[in-house]
Design a protein around this ligand. Structure first.
Ligand code: PXP
Length: 239
């Protein structure tokens, strides 16, 4: 299992004052030096946190895995092809949402992804991951599309307020992971993960590889510092 840190909210803090700090690229470096396997960023259509020049600088400075999270718009496809990341993670993107609210509706996007999006990456080294909810239909369609990886949306699990709902979501995630594996897809996970729920997730869900964590990790680093916070997450993943 590998920790990929999403550094979007370092950019959120920077943009709040229109200054050059804190610099998400400096944050990425601290995370990698502390042992994170890579960095995730989401370049949104509205550029609310990460901006185009950040993408270029991340490309130049990140030495581990670079995961470019994006909507499948023509604009983002073009920028990601220029960036040549290790991985793109395709997500649905809504203008009003505070964060990505759910996985891709695979039935709706299947034809478009098959005919327009996937061919764009055919001759590149970039792998494609699809952010999906842990339901069999979306996993099957992802498998049929021949994607390299899926990222299981762990938000409903993370938001569960009692043990019963939490266990229910863990079972859905575990089944989804097994199904994805049977198609030969890499299984990643992310959204809403923190120091409390991460141990329960990894204990109950098999085959997890890249774990993408942003908001809770960056928030904790305000109190602990980024290096210590990354190391605390790694302790859990390396157990
Ligand atoms: N994975 C995806 C696809 C996301 O959209 C996000 C949020 O940007 C994350 C992981 C990280 O979620 P969080 O910030 O809640 O850790």
């Amino acid at each position: 299992m590998r920790l990929l840190v999403n550094i979007d909210h370092v950019a959120t803090l920077r943009n709040a004052r229109g200054e050059g700090f804190p610099d998400p690229i400096e944050a990425a470096k601290v995370c990698e030096d502390a042992g994170a396997a890579g960095i995730v960023f989401h370049l949104r259509g509205d550029r609310r946190h990460i901006r185009d020049d950040d993408v270029q600088r991340l490309k130049e400075s990140v030495s581990g895995i670079l995961n470019f999270e994006m909507a499948a718009s023509e604009e983002m496809i073009e920028i990601s092809l220029e960036t040549d990341p290790d991985l793109i993670t395709l997500v649905p993107e809504g203008r009003e949402e505070l964060t990505t609210e759910g996985g891709l509706n695979m039935e709706k996007v299947f034809d478009d992804f098959e005919n327009r999006v996937f061919p764009a990456y055919k001759d590149t080294r970039t792998k494609i991951s699809l952010f999906v909810d842990p339901n069999p239909k979306d996993i099957e369609l992802s498998g049929n599309l021949g994607t390299d990886a899926i990222e299981l949306h762990t938000g409903t699990f993370a938001n569960a307020t009692n043990k019963e709902d939490q266990m229910y979501e863990l079972k859905r995630l575990a089944k989804a992971a097994e199904l994805a594996k049977s198609f030969g897809m890499t299984v990643n996970a992310g959204h809403g993960l923190n120091l409390e729920n991460l141990p329960i997730l990894i204990e109950n869900v098999p085959y997890l590889e890249d774990i993408s964590i942003g908001h809770a990790l960056i928030s904790k680093s305000v109190f602990w510092g980024l290096e210590r916070t990354v190391k605390e997450y790694l302790k859990i993943l390396n157990k």
